[in-house]
Design a protein. Structure first.
Length: 288
């Protein structure tokens, strides 16, 4: 007797789709893990999934595939569920990006502050086959922090030009102290580090930074001293007129000492031998 189909049934909504179980998540992680094997006399780097597939074919050739076929079925089911989740994330990310763009366009049209539209649509990045991510501030507190970092980067660029102007010519400095880079090296390195850590929309290109350095280089020494002094004060980090950062090599050595100290603290904490916070603070002060 034929079974009648219920035509009123509809596919389950996206929210009703089964989620990955903990076991399926572990299976996917293990399936993606890479191991080194020797095949045909050569070492190869393959995923567990590839390794199981090879073993499956070998066992199939020998007539027994039951255990491995079950594992393959579980992995395929998990991958299918994972792909469904990714597709949903991609779709949601695109809709969210479009919605934020409409909000931004509306704010500009109404003469409102576009900076208050957070996250900025340019920071909502849709990544095919992965989903979406927000690469930027999502609220005013985060935006304030990003802008403060941008301001510090710009001041360090200016500081680098001031130190380069006050220091010895690069050729003379290299001859007298070959271990120390040009004057202003620490400032420009710090500026680049901050710049690279910023969300993409707030970064400056190397050409932009070079242009700023060129602009500061056109100022007289007196103007540069005054402008740099004001710049530090404008970000609530006032410095004496003509102040300079420590030498690059000296700072690098201190950083290495601090890194070594922090690694030691982490090891002591992990081993349950952590000393008091006062002792740690005293050790750090010695290094600094």
């Amino acid at each position: 007797m034929a079974v009648k189909r219920n035509k009123s049934r509809r596919p389950a909504a996206n929210s009703e789709r089964p989620a990955l179980t903990p076991l399926q998540k572990v299976l996917l992680d293990e399936a993606d893990r890479r191991v080194s094997i020797v095949s045909d006399g050569a070492q190869q780097d393959v995923s567990i999934h590839q390794l199981v597939s090879r073993k499956l074919l070998q066992m199939a050739a020998n007539g027994s595939v039951h255990a491995l076929s079950n594992a393959i079925n579980e992995i395929n089911t998990a991958q299918s569920l994972k792909q469904q989740q990714i597709d949903e994330d991609v779709e949601f990310g695109q809709r969210y990006k479009d919605y934020q763009q409409r909000r931004l366009d509306q704010a500009i049209e109404n003469g409102e502050d576009p900076g208050k539209v957070l996250p900025h649509p340019g920071d909502v990045q849709v990544v095919l086959d992965k989903g979406y991510r927000i690469a930027g501030p999502v609220n005013e507190t985060e935006l304030k922090t990003v802008r403060e970092c941008c301001a510090l980067r710009d001041v360090l660029i200016q500081q680098s030009e001031l130190e380069d102007r006050n220091g010895e010519p690069a050729v003379v400095a290299l001859i007298e102290n070959p271990e120390e880079p040009f004057a202003g090296a620490l400032a420009i390195v710090m500026a680049h580090m901050i710049n690279n850590a910023l969300p993409e929309r707030f970064r400056k290109s190397d050409a932009d930074i070079a242009t700023e350095i060129f602009h500061h280089g056109k100022l007289t020494k007196r103007e540069l001293l005054k402008e740099t002094h004001r710049a530090w004060a404008s970000i609530q980090k006032p410095k004496p007129r003509g102040w300079t950062l420590p030498p690059y090599r000296q700072t690098l050595a201190r950083f290495e000492q601090c890194a070594s100290l922090f690694l030691g603290i982490a090891d002591q904490t992990q081993d349950g031998k952590r000393a008091s916070e006062k002792e740690f603070a005293a050790e750090i002060i010695k290094v600094l």
